[in-house]
Design a binder for this molecule. Structure first.
Ligand code: DX5
Ligand code: ZN
Length: 219
């Protein structure tokens, strides 16, 4: 299944409720919720209270991307706040297996991410324990960065690794995705497309429609 996951990080919070409705009505299926702690990444965003507040106002699947050190400490809180999927960074976990098990125990879908400097091979011990893999195509921490082309090879390598084991795991890509490169990441194997600035700058409705039109061709 092909999915557009608009990243709220780039939204205009004055009109957040309206803009989320616009994304939902025009074919986005996930809401990508970027959590930053100022330690794992050099930026701070938002956390559980914000998720708890927006959750009842949307039917989008809430996809929490935790860019925080030792995320196991907060998995339960994000699950309670309404996350449907919780993605943690491999680099941020002291015990990756325990962290993934904790997400599962909280009845959320399990996501595991790697930053640009981490090789795909690092994911291998965990691929049978996850529902989604997130390949970062920028250094995590900020919206609006330029896509790192090496992510294409990493997506293809991950897809090949999953296919070789016959695993049905979603493959998400996040960072610098635009209307112009979205087909490249899909061809490389991604099926969940995160887009922040290219969805929320300018005309949100037109942006979502443009993305969905392209993505749906690959259903
Ligand atoms: C970056 C975040 C992204 C970010 C993407 O650390 O994980 O989700 O919002 O923003 P764009 O699409 O603008 O690169
Ligand atoms: Zn993200």
């Amino acid at each position: 299944m092909m999915i557009l996951a608009p990243s709220m990080l780039s939204a205009d919070f004055k009109v957040l409720g309206e803009d989320l409705k616009t994304t939902e009505e025009n074919g986005a299926k996930y809401l990508h919720f970027d959590v930053m702690d100022g330690i794992f990444v050099p930026n701070i965003s938002f956390g559980m209270p914000v998720l708890k507040s927006i959750r009842p106002g949307t039917n989008l699947v809430c996809d929490a991307h935790l860019m925080i050190t030792e995320p196991i400490r907060y998995v339960e809180d994000f699950a309670k706040a309404g996350a449907d999927i919780i993605t943690v960074h491999l680099e941020a976990c002291e015990d990756v297996n325990a962290t993934l098990a904790k997400i599962k125990e909280c009845v959320c879908k399990v996501g595991l991410s790697i930053s640009p400097d981490t090789p795909v091979s690092a994911l291998e011990p965990y691929i049978e324990k996850v529902d989604m893999i997130l390949i970062m195509s920028v250094y995590p921490g900020f919206g609006g960065q330029k896509f790192i082309p090496a992510a294409l090879d990493k997506l293809a390598e991950t897809k090949a690794m999953l296919d070789a084991k016959g695993l049905q795991v979603d493959l998400q890509v996040d960072g610098g995705i635009t209307i112009d490169n979205v087909e490249d990441v899909i061809k490389a194997g991604a099926n969940i497309i995160v887009a922040g600035s290219s969805v929320f700058s300018g005309d949100v409705e037109a942006n979502v429609k443009n993305f969905v039109e392209i993505i749906e061709k690959y259903e």
